[in-house]
Design a protein around this ligand. Structure first.
Ligand code: C2E
Ligand code: MG
Ligand code: MG
Length: 682
């Protein structure tokens, strides 16, 4: 208080005149205005002319405060009790409330009278800001209350400074521990590291960084979505975590409904076609074939019409189950709609590989369907399209498999058809051969023929090759090039091969006794025969039984046997060699790595393929190959046989080149046993 100190009023007034952001008013002892600056005019609305001489309580004091103000002023003047500075609501010229922070000072002028100065600061902006802050506060509280999400406020290093859990019920974390911990310790490791990564992202990119994660909770797997936002000026990060389990489950359900058939739970048309496209890509990479199998249940409409849709549905479900159980795990069954199913067979070496699966699929329907105490017999028609032969897009393959299915329907149902006629014919033929091969040995339909072999230099007959012939009542004569691969496929080659060995040795005995000289009998062995563990034992026994020296037996083996690289092949070959049996590499020149095999295995004979022999008189390359083969074989101590010699010219050239043995139509075709015996005599 400045009471008792004469003021240099003029200079103070000048100072206050210069500020208009603050209201300064001066009052005499009777509270009459003696000073009114520009700030007062702005705050209260009275110009200084209007205010000067007016009384404090009449100008800016609201009615209710009047007495109090007059009283406090009197007490200050009389008793020296200062009016403290405080926040007040005064009023302006229009009678409206004015929020001010009011401070007061008392001067004593030269006449020894008290003059009071009020310094009022407008609080309107502050009040407004405060109100806004309060609103925000309440708003946030309301948002928290109304939102079931988890809110975290973290420092940039993940240290949690505040959180709100709403009615966040998943007790995956101890709430007491949250504030003060680092987010890294609040969540399991996997989730924590994602929080860290997204905190970094939200800071770096100044954006909302969000991610989804799952947690294994007592009540099952729950799914969450976390959104993070950096509060740049506060160097903090807000994270909002939402439980999206229900939403996730709903979208999974929608996905299921979109991709799977509700009745059978099989992939629907959409997903099946998608998988087909994917399969095509895979097969392209793997350089494999694939088959699209299209099934349509025969007369399904009749079942539906006569027994009702409920029975029809049950049939479809049962059919779907049976189909799924029949195929390999990697193959896929789908329902295209109605009574149409699709099966995708992947990683096939040959379109023909699909046949057995398709036959199994047809078989699946042989067993009657038992529905509601009724036994129903269903059949199905199947169409097959093979990738890449019948198309290399999903739509093409599906359409062609569909076409093939109609072919199957047209040819009497309960059967299958391949898309192209050639493939279909080939498969039909193969199946016929396979069917007829069953029991053909028991029915004595096979006969071993013999093609003689000659010493090129002397012209003497030195032995023969046993070649199998098959005559079937239904199919007529079937060549070994056709039935041997099928016999291999079915495993029938094992008994068949034994039959040839036994017949050939028996013939050899008869042949040599007739001529009183020894011959070498060559027998072909195919890859599958080596899987027969008894092979070596069986050969040994035959040699003993027929009393034939092992040196008189020669096995012709193609590279296919060696390329399998199986140890049992090596073992068998070594065992046969140890017995003293001769080994001959058949069809030399048609494979890739014959040379390395020649060194690796103990071959005695090299048999040059007839495709080269037929060219030697015309073709320089063929001749060069034979020259090289002879040179190499001789250097390794191998005998060279030329097969398929058809002309005297070829024979003459072979003699010139130093070939050891020749065989071919020039001398004789393969002959039945009796003709062979007679041949010698003639
Ligand atoms: P391969 O072992 O290369 O037999 C030679 C084939 O060439 C025989 O055919 C034979 O009849 C034929 N051939 C012989 N000389 C001539 C000729 O001058 N000109 C022509 N164009 N062809 C000639 P085939 O009997 O049809 O046998 C074909 C293949 O079937 C054989 O090829 C062999 O790989 C296999 N095979 C035949 N019999 C058996 C057998 O008992 N067991 C096994 N595993 N395979 C057999
Ligand atoms: Mg042969
Ligand atoms: Mg050959």
């Amino acid at each position: 208080m400045l009471k008792g100190q004469p003021a240099t009023r003029e200079s103070v007034h000048q100072l206050f005149d210069a500020v208009d952001a603050i209201s300064v008013q001066g009052y005499d002892q009777e509270r009459r205005v003696i000073y009114w600056n520009k700030g007062s005019e702005l705050l209260y609305g009275y110009t200084s002319e209007e205010a000067l001489g007016g009384k404090l309580e009449d100008l800016i004091i609201p009615e209710s405060m009047r007495e109090g103000v007059i009283f406090a002023h009197r007490r200050w003047v009389v008793d020296g009790i200062k009016i403290p500075a405080s926040e007040l609501v005064l009023r302006n010229k229009n009678g409206q409330g004015v929020n001010v922070y009011s401070s007061h000072a008392m001067f004593v002028n030269e006449r020894n009278e008290c003059e009071m100065y009020c310094i009022d600061i407008d609080l309107a902006d502050v009040k407004k800001a405060q109100a806004e802050a309060a609103l925000k506060d309440n708003w946030l509280k309301a948002v928290h209350e109304a939102t079931p999400d988890l809110f975290l406020l973290m420092k940039e290093n993940g240290h949690i400074v505040n959180f709100h859990a709403g009615d966040f019920e998943k007790p995956y974390v101890n709430r007491d521990g949250i504030v003060g911990s680092n987010v890294v310790h609040v969540f399991p490791e996997k989730v924590a590291s994602r929080f860290q990564a997204h905190i970094a992202q939200s800071i770096e990119k100044d954006c909302v960084a969000s991610f989804e994660y799952e947690l294994e909770l007592a009540e099952g797997t729950s799914y969450f979505e976390a959104r993070l936002r950096h509060l740049n000026s506060h160097r903090q990060v807000v994270a909002i975590v939402r439980d999206i389990t229900e939403q996730y489950k709903a979208s999974e359900l929608i996905k299921r409904q979109a991709y799977f058939d509700a009745l059978t739970s099989l992939p629907n048309r959409f997903l099946s076609l998608d998988r087909l496209s994917q399969m095509i890509k895979d097969m392209e990479r793997q350089k494999k074939k694939a088959a699209v199998v299209f099934l349509d249940i025969d007369d399904f409409k009749k079942v539906n019409d006569s027994l009702g849709h409920e029975v029809g549905d049950k049939l479809l479900v049962e059919a779907a189950n049976r189909l799924s159980l029949t195929v390999r795990k990697s193959d896929q069954v789908g329902r295209l709609g109605g009574d149409e199913f699709i099966v995708l067979l992947r990683s096939l070496n040959d379109g023909y590989d699909a046949v057995h699966v398709v036959e199994n699929l047809l078989d699946v329907f042989r067993e009657p369907f038992r529905i509601d105490g009724r036994e129903l017999i269903l059949t199905t028609s199947i169409g097959v399209a093979v990738y890449p032969e019948n198309g290399n897009t999903a739509t093409d393959l599906l359409r062609n498999a569909d076409t093939a299915m109609y072919q199957a329907k047209a040819s009497g149902r309960n059967t299958f058809s391949f898309f192209t006629k050639t493939m279909n014919d080939m498969i039909v033929r193969r199946l016929e051969v396979e069917e007829q091969l069953h029991g053909a040995l028991e029915r004595n339909e096979f006969e071993v023929y013999y093609q003689p072999k000659f010493d090129v230099q002397s012209g003497d007959m030195i032995g023969a090759e046993a070649l199998l012939r098959w005559h079937n009542p239904a199919l007529g004569s079937v060549g070994p090039d056709e039935f041997i691969p099928i016999a291999e496929h079915t495993g029938l080659i094992v008994p068949l091969g034994r039959y040839v060995i036994q017949q050939a040795l028996r013939f050899l005995v008869e042949w040599r006794s007739l001529n009183e000289r020894s011959y070498i009998m060559a027998v072909n062995l195919s890859p599958r025969q080596f899987r027969d563990k008894e092979l070596v034992g069986y050969v040994e026994k035959c040699l003993r039984d027929e009393n034939v020296a092992p040196e008189c037996l020669e096995f012709e083996i193609t590279e296919g046997v060696l390329m399998a690289g199986q140890s049992y092949v090596d073992d068998s070959l070594n065992a046969l060699h140890r017995l003293g049996i001769k080994l001959s590499m058949d069809d030399f020149g048609t494979g890739y790595s014959s040379l390395s095999y020649l060194r690796q295995y103990k071959f005695d004979v090299l048999k040059v393929d007839r495709s080269f022999v037929s060219g030697i008189t015309r073709n320089r390359e063929d001749r060069d190959l034979i020259i090289a083969a002879i040179a190499m074989a001789h250097s390794l101590g191998l005998r060279v046989v030329a097969e398929g010699v058809e002309t005297g010219q070829q024979l003459g050239l072979l003699r010139e080149l130093g070939c050891d043995t020749a065989q071919g139509y020039y001398f004789s075709k393969a002959l039945p046993a009796q003709a062979m015996l007679d041949f010698q005599h003639s």
